[in-house]
Design a binder for this molecule. Structure first.
Ligand code: MG
Length: 158
């Protein structure tokens, strides 16, 4: 059957951390707070894939109480989720995601993010969509307090 899933995540900015989005380290005064590398884009995509597969969410598989996961690369999370879906007999058709942030400018990094995610998902680059927008100055995202990501995934599953 064909199935789709949705993912959403937010992380707040924190000084003294590297900013990593889609597995790409981005030049910015702030990183994101989180147990892993806080890659909000990877987390939203992982949740969309898990949702399409009818599985529990990312927090179930990668709990922030697990010290062995502290600082882990979230590209590894995406790869692990893909392996789980493949083991279930699922085929990932595509993922599409939007980052919402007032800063930094994401556009220069989109191509590298797409390469990383296509690699982690073992799909061609044209099966991965990544866009970025601002929140037009509105709300917590508009005040630059963090970054949000939304994602959808389409999966052919048994
Ligand atoms: Mg997260």
């Amino acid at each position: 059957m064909f199935a789709c899933g949705i993912g959403y995540d937010v992380h707040r900015f924190l000084a003294g951390r590297l900013l990593v989005l889609g597995g790409v380290t981005i030049h910015h005064p702030f990183g994101l707070e989180g147990h892993s590398d806080a890659d909000v884009l990877c987390h939203a995509i992982a949740d969309a894939l898990l949702g399409a597969a009818g599985e529990a969410d990312i927090g179930h598989f990668f709990p922030n109480t697990d010290e062995s996961l502290r600082g882990m690369s979230s590209i590894v999370i995406v790869r692990t989720v893909r392996e789980r879906l493949v083991a279930m007999g699922s085929v990932i058709l595509n993922v599409d995601a939007t980052l919402v942030a007032e800063a930094p400018k994401i556009a220069p990094y989109l191509s590298a993010m797409k390469t990383n995610l296509a690699g982690a998902l073992a799909v061609p680059r044209d099966r991965v969509g990544i866009k970025a927008t601002t929140n037009e100055g509105l709300g917590f995202l508009g005040r630059g307090e963090g970054i949000a990501a939304l994602a959808v995934a389409a999966v052919e599953r048994k």
